[in-house]
Each structure stands twice: as C-alpha cells, then as structure tokens.
Write a protein that binds this ligand. Structure first.
Ligand code: SF4
Length: 344
C-alpha cells in the first residue's frame, strides 16, 4: 500500500510539474525560458520555499543552481542536511523580469501549485527563505525579523522562517543567521529520527551519478589533516560535490577552504575512486566518483565548517586507525607513499 501510494504521489508530482511548465496563469510566463517547478524526494525532512527562479534557474529549469544556490548548499551542509535529502521549490515558478520580487497577484496565481506540492511531498518541516515564502504560506501578517527561526505552523506542519540565500549575497552577516536557523531545523528533526546512514545499493531503485573532489592536506612535518563529521561521528577527508562548470581541481581547492578555512595549493592528483550506495532519505542509489589530490596549505586559518566538530593533523598510523571509510584509507596510504618518497 505504501509503495502504491508513493508511486501515485510521484506520478501526481510529475504531472504537477508538467502543468507548471505549461502554465500561463500569470504574466510571468511571458518572459520565462523555463518554468522551475522544484525538485527533491518524497517525505523529505525539509521542504524549502524560496522566492522565485533567477537567471540561472530560468536557463536550466532547476531551483537554486546559481550563486544563491551555492550559499544555500553551504548552509545546508553546515547544518548536516544534504541537499539531495530536501525538497526545494519557490513561491512563483517563473522568473520575474529583472529578478524583481513577485507581485501579490503572481504569488496568488502560483500558490495552488505550492500548496499541492506540500501536500504531495509531505515534508516534516517547512522552511521559508525570505519574506515571500512566509507571506505566501501564512498571509501578509508576520514580519520576518519578528518571527525568524520560530517554529510556526502551516496546518500540522512546523514552518521555520529564515533569510533568503540571495540576501546573504548582499549582506554576508546574514549567513551566520541562515546557517544557525537551518541547524535549528536539523535539531528539530533529530529527537524522533534515528541517524540516517547510507547503505549498500538497492536493486530496482533509481540511480544518480555524482562527481566529487577533495584532497589530502599535508603540513611541513608530513602529517595530514583529518576532519570529524559531527552528524555521523566519523573521521574523514575534506571533499565535496563538483559544481556546474567547475574543474576537479577547483572543487578540491574550494571544498578544502570551505570545510577547513585553509587555502591550499594542489601538488598532484592522488587517486580517483568509484563506489555506489543507497541513500534512504532520497530513496535512491548513487554512483559516486571522487577525485583526490595531494595539497599543501598556503594560507588561511584552521576553522571548521559547521558540519564538523574536530580536526587533527595525523601521522600515517594515526590516520589509518581513525579513518572510517576504506576508500579514505586507500587515498591516505597513497598520499603517504608519495610524501615519504619525496623526503627520500
Ligand atoms: S509563475 Fe506560476 S502562475 Fe505564473 S505562469 Fe508561472 S507557473 Fe503559472
């Protein structure tokens, strides 16, 4: 019964997406390249409601893929909420000209789509990003400043209002507030929910390919930098997803800086590793490829991103003892072979 219900909901959600793509209910359809219905799994921990697609979203048909999307991804990562596990959509599904705010009649015309999505997707918590999401769902009353991070409700579902990631681009001081609010959302989820771990790939599940890049940062004493993930309590190596148009090298440098605060120079490639896993929140298998580089710090100060609660400069023996994943241990073994050979 559950699977039948899920299949029906998936079909209804896809049909809703088709209706949005063909919609001409308000003037915003006139200037769009693509409508952006939104995306994410059914029954997610969180459904995020932004304001409207921007230029890159309009060009791609996908939500939060531009600069604001990168801010959002970073804040989600820091809160321990993987982007793949959450559903992301907007108050209006078509880009307003010149990225102006959507008008009241446009929000009203598009609101039934948003409400239908919420009903079909069934998130545990709703998060509105910026004022438009808050007003579209709760009406013109609440002021974002006054209610920010409070757990309001839409029917039975808790609703947490926070800043829009695009606002962070204009005022970087808001980034801390956005991350703190998402962390609060993550804490609201944890009391009843067992920790989610990836599992072996499951037959018959849809599969998605992802490419990541990361690095072993070695200090002048020949030790390497390990990070401890706060959510899973395991030691690992800095890495993250390659963004559109980004090279593996640029991703490794960016991810290391975001996760550790250190600016690094890449010295050479180490290993490329492929593996597959099933991720329960997305009900999906992932085929993952990760490229690793050897790197040395050239600046910055060690300051961990929110998803990590400890770091350590480790010897070979210590690293191999602490690292949780065999793939990480293989990369570290290769790194130490090179480091030791270079010291003669
Ligand atoms: S913004 Fe919403 S209501 Fe307006 S045309 Fe696009 S999908 Fe239709």
């Amino acid at each position: 019964m559950g699977e039948v219900d899920d299949d029906a909901r998936r079909k209804d959600l896809a049909a809703l997406g088709d209706r949005v793509r063909a919609c001409t209910l308000c003037r915003l359809h006139e200037g769009r390249a693509h409508a952006v219905p939104g995306e994410g799994p059914l029954d997610p921990p969180v459904l995020l409601v932004g304001e409207a697609p921007g230029r890159e979203e309009d060009a791609s048909g996908r939500p939060f893929v531009g600069a604001a999307g990168r801010v959002l991804d970073k804040a989600l990562r820091a809160a321990g909420l993987p982007r793949d596990a959450v559903f992301v959509t907007n108050v209006v599904k078509c880009r307003p000209p010149g990225n102006r705010a959507p008008k009241a009649d446009e929000m009203e015309a598009c609101r039934p789509y948003l409400l239908a999505q919420i009903e079909l997707v069934r998130p545990r918590i709703l998060v509105t990003l910026g004022t438009s999401g808050l007003r579209s769902l709760l009406g013109p009353g609440p002021d974002l400043k006054a209610v920010r991070a409070k757990a309001l409700r839409l029917g039975e579902t808790p609703l947490v209002p926070t800043y829009h990631p695009a606002a962070v681009l204009y005022n970087r001081t808001l980034e801390r507030g956005l991350t703190a609010d998402l962390r609060k959302v993550a804490r609201m989820l944890t009391p009843e929910k067992p920790r989610v771990r990836s599992e072996s790939p499951r037959k018959g599940k849809p599969s998605r390919m992802t490419i990541s890049s990361g690095g072993i940062v070695a200090d002048p004493e020949g030790r390497i930098l390990l990070l401890k993930r706060a959510d899973e309590d395991i030691w690992c190596i800095p890495k993250g997803t390659v963004e559109e148009g980004e090279s593996l090298e640029a991703t490794a440098v960016r991810e290391i800086q975001e996760e550790t605060g250190l600016r690094v120079k890449l010295l050479r490639p180490l290993l490329t590793i492929h593996y597959g896993y099933y991720w329960p929140p997305g009900d999906m298998n992932y085929d993952k490829t990760v490229a690793y580089f050897l790197a040395e710090p050239v600046g910055g100060r060690l300051k961990l991103e929110g998803g990590f609660d400890a770091s350590r400069w480790a010897s070979r023996r210590e690293a191999l003892r602490l690292l949780h994943w065999k793939n990480d241990r293989d990369v570290v073994t290769k790194a130490f072979e090179i480091l030791e050979a270079s010291r003669g």
